[in-house]
Structures are given as structure tokens and as C-alpha cells.
Design a protein around this ligand. Structure first.
Ligand code: NAD
Ligand code: AHE
Ligand code: ZN
Length: 375
């Protein structure tokens, strides 16, 4: 079949709209009509050429929602008409990682996914007879896409596609980092670096967990109002404090009898390795945990004095907020439908597919939180 798609032909170049060819689902695979997709900073990261796994030409996009159109042989858990969210972190429930119950990083198809291919080692997409790479196993910048059954979460049918697509990455990553990875407790203090589409969801996750002091750090002052909207209690612009950011944050988190200072939990949502170090070092001596969410460019490395770890700070990372997609994503959709979490105000822009590059421009200009493409 044909599908309208935004194709990334080359790193650093705008996407181009094309009618691509899409083969039907093979064994264990599902054809999905994508109804809406968010644009995440990770799409921009890969398009920029900074992703060591980045492949071109490819169909990017990993934050979608849609409807099952067809299923391949052996698909048991999904049928035509089901509403689904694609999962770049699948959940096979059979691999050692899934069975361990210690991680959400299912390994069933990770190798081929990283090569831009379906699990059988081939691509379903092509243009003019030449294959196009899949991306993160999802390729939601195509109106129709094929995924393995294990990479789809079935969701309730009254959930609006143009909002719940955001649960396919940003919402789950941010809230999950708080709930699954950090396991933040009531009354905690926290610092969130980078108040974009991920950081604001960390903030709403912290509010949900009952954190007391939620400090947001961003270079863009317009993010102050955004952070406050979702529960941030203090805002810091590092360029305006006139001194060392870590000392400033440690002082700000001194409370009552505890004059050591430092946050119980800190989160990097920038992908900047200098910020990651600051986030670790403003975590509380003895117990503070710092969670890396941001994705750093090829070749970037993190560093700190080992003494920071010797004295009890913990450095952790999280992918997809530690969520097990098929199990947890439908629950997060329920939370949204029940009003327990907010999504609508964060979707600042909606665009037709032909304007997808505007979504990237808005992100670069710091003007959007999330842009969503509606097919
Ligand atoms: P975004 O562009 O919407 O937001 C980034 C924010 O960081 C912006 O508000 C920007 O002003 C701020 N910022 C940039 N440099 C800063 C600095 N030095 N100090 C303070 N603030 C700074 O991006 P997003 O969609 O929220 O994604 C954030 C990061 O998370 C990206 O690196 C993305 O690739 C990554 N990500 C990771 C996962 C995961 O599973 N680990 C999932 C989604 C996104
Ligand atoms: N391909 C990059 C790493 C990119 C990365 O870390 N991706 C996150 C999801 S970001 C979503 O917006 C992730 O899930 N990582 C785990 C995994 O298995 O990819 C690189 O550096 O090679
Ligand atoms: Zn993402």
C-alpha cells in the first residue's frame, strides 16, 4: 500500500513529504493507521545527525497513537479496530529482561530495531524501490506503519488520539522517571533541569507523588510560568543567579535542622552532560538520587569526582520512564481520562503532516512544549 510520510533523507535537512510504499504485516506484525504523533526532542536529535544509531533515509517519529488496520499471522492479542499506542520500548514478557521484573528494557527485538529494521531483518518501507529505514521500531511520521505485536499497547477507545499520542513518549517518560525509576516519596525535595516536553511531565509526576519542594531550572524564563502550571514551587535561571549553580541549589534546598542541603531527587531533562553533572552534584549527600533522562550526542561523556558517589549520591538513568509499555501505558491513559494527570495544556501546537518541519522550528525556538501532527 501507499502511505503519506515525512521522510528524513539526510541528517540536518528538513523532512520531505512523500508517498512511500508500505508492505503489509508479516508474522507477528500489525499494520497501524497512525492518527496523531508528537514531535519529541529525540526525533530532532536523530535528525540532527548527533545520534550514533541514526540511519538515513528513514521515517522518524516515536510518539504516536492510532488504530489497527490489519494483523499478520500468529497475532493473538490485537485485532482490526483496536486502538493502540506504539512502543519504542516493547514488552515481550518472555525475554530475560522482561522476566527479571528489574527493568523495562525488553531485549526481544532491540538489535534489529537499532538497525532500523523489523525483527526479520527487513524493512516494510520503500520509496522508488529503495528501502527506507524504520526508526525506534515505530516510524510514526508515516500515516501507516507496521510494528511487531509486542510493540503495541492496547488502549481504551474513547481516548483522544491527538492527546494520548504524547503518552507514547513524553508523558510516560517524565511521570515514569518519578514513579518507577526514582520512586519519589511524599514530602521529597526535587530539582528538574530542562522544562520542556519531558521536564514538565517530571514536574507533574512529582506533584502526583506529593513532593514538597519542586525546583525547575531552565535557561528560558518563559518556562517559569509553565513549570508553575504543573506544580513547580521555585524557578532558577542559571544565567541570572550570578554564581555557582550547584552551590545555589544546595543552599535553596536547606530545610529546618538539615543544613547540609541538596535535593532528594534530581532529574536531567536536557541531554547536556554539564547539566547532568550539576544535577548529580546538587543531590543530597548520603542519599540523593540523580536520574538522567536527557539523551546526549555521540561521543559525549559524563564525569564527576568519584567522591560524589562515595558520599552516597546515586546516578541512575531511565528509558521510557521505566515503564513496561503494554502493562503501564493503558494505565497512564486511564489516569489521563480520569483527570489524574494533565496533557492538553502541554500540546501547544497541532499541525498537518505537510507542516511537520514547523514543529521542529518551534522546538528550536523554544516556543512549543509539544507539537502534535494530526493525519
Ligand atoms: P525540549 O526541547 O522540549 O526541552 C528541553 C528544555 O531544556 C528546554 O526548555 C530548554 O530551554 C532546556 N535547556 C536546554 N539547555 C539547558 C541548560 N543548559 N540548562 C537548563 N535548561 C536547559 O526537549 P524534550 O522533548 O523535553 O526532551 C528533553 C531530553 O530528553 C532530550 O535530550 C530528549 O532526547 C530526552 N528524552 C529522553 C527519553 C528517555 O527515555 N530517556 C525520552 C524522551 C526524551
Ligand atoms: N540511539 C541513541 C540513544 C537514544 C536513547 O537513549 N533513546 C531512549 C529513548 S529517547 C525517547 O525520546 C531509549 O529508550 N534508550 C534505550 C534504548 O534501548 O534505545 C544512542 O546514543 O545510541
Ligand atoms: Zn521521545
Amino acid at each position: 500500500m501507499k502511505s503519506r510520510a515525512a521522510v528524513a533523507f539526510e541528517a540536518g535537512k528538513p523532512l520531505e513529504i512523500a508517498e512511500v510504499d508500505l508492505e503489509g504485516p508479516r508474522e507477528g506484525e500489525v499494520l497501524v493507521e497512525i492518527k496523531a504523533t508528537g514531535i519529541c526532542h529525540t526525533d530532532e536529535f536523530t535528525l540532527s545527525g548527533a545520534d550514533p544509531e541514526g540511519l538515513f533515509p528513514a521515517i522518524l517519529g516515536h510518539e504516536g497513537a492510532g488504530v489497527v488496520v490489519d494483523v499478520g499471522a500468529g497475532v493473538k492479542g490485537l485485532k482490526k479496530g483496536d486502538h493502540v499506542i506504539p512502543l519504542y520500548t516493547p514488552e515481550c514478557r518472555e525475554c530475560p529482561s522482561c522476566l527479571s521484573q528489574k527493568t523495562n528494557l525488553c531485549t526481544a527485538i532491540r538489535a534489529t530495531q537499532g538497525q532500523g529494521l523489523m525483527p526479520d531483518g527487513s524493512s516494510r518501507f520503500s520509496l522508488d524501490g529503495k528501502p527506507l529505514f524504520h526508526y525506534m521500531g515505530t516510524s510514526t511520521f508515516s500515516n501507516y506503519t507496521v510494528l511487531p505485536e509486542i510493540a503495541l499497547a492496547k488502549i481504551r477507545e474513547d481516548a483522544p488520539f491527538d492527546k494520548v499520542c504524547y503518552i507514547g513518549c513524553g508523558v510516560t517518560t517524565g511521570i515514569g522517571a518519578v514513579i518507577h525509576t526514582a520512586k519519589v516519596e511524599e514530602g521529597a525535595t526535587a530539582v528538574v533541569f530542562g522544562l520542556g516536553g519531558i521536564g514538565l511531565n517530571v514536574i507533574q509526576g512529582l506533584r502526583l507523588a506529593g513532593a514538597d519542594m519542586i525546583i525547575g531550572v531552565d535557561l528560558n524564563n518563559s518556562k517559569k510560568e509553565w513549570g508553575e502550571r504543573f506544580g513547580m514551587t521555585h524557578f532558577v535561571n542559571p544565567t541570572e543567579i550570578g554564581g555557582d549553580l550547584v552551590s545555589y541549589l544546595v543552599d535553596l534546598t536547606k530545610r529546618g535542622a538539615d543544613q547540609i542541603g541538596g535535593a532528594d531527587y534530581t532529574f536531567d531533562c536536557t541531554g547536556n552532560v554539564t547539566v547532568m553533572r550539576q544535577a548529580l552534584e546538587c543531590a543530597h549527600r548520603g542519599w540523593g538520587q540523580s536520574i538522567v533522562i536527557g539523551v546526549a550526542p555521540a561521543g559525549a561523556e559524563i564525569s564527576t569526582r568519584p567522591f560524589q558517589l562515595v558520599t552516597g549520591r546515586v546516578w541512575k538513568g531511565t528509558a521510557f520512564g521505566g515503564a513496561r509499555g503494554r502493562t503501564d501505558v493503558p494505565k497512564i491513559v486511564e489516569w489521563y481520562m480520569d483527570g489524574k494527570i494533565e496533557i492538553d495544556p502541554m500540546i501547544t501546537h497541532t499541525l498537518p503532516l505537510q507542516d511537520i518541519n514547523k514543529g521542529f522550528d518551534l522546538m528550536h525556538a523554544g516556543e512549543s512544549i509539544r507539537s502534535v501532527v494530526i493525519y
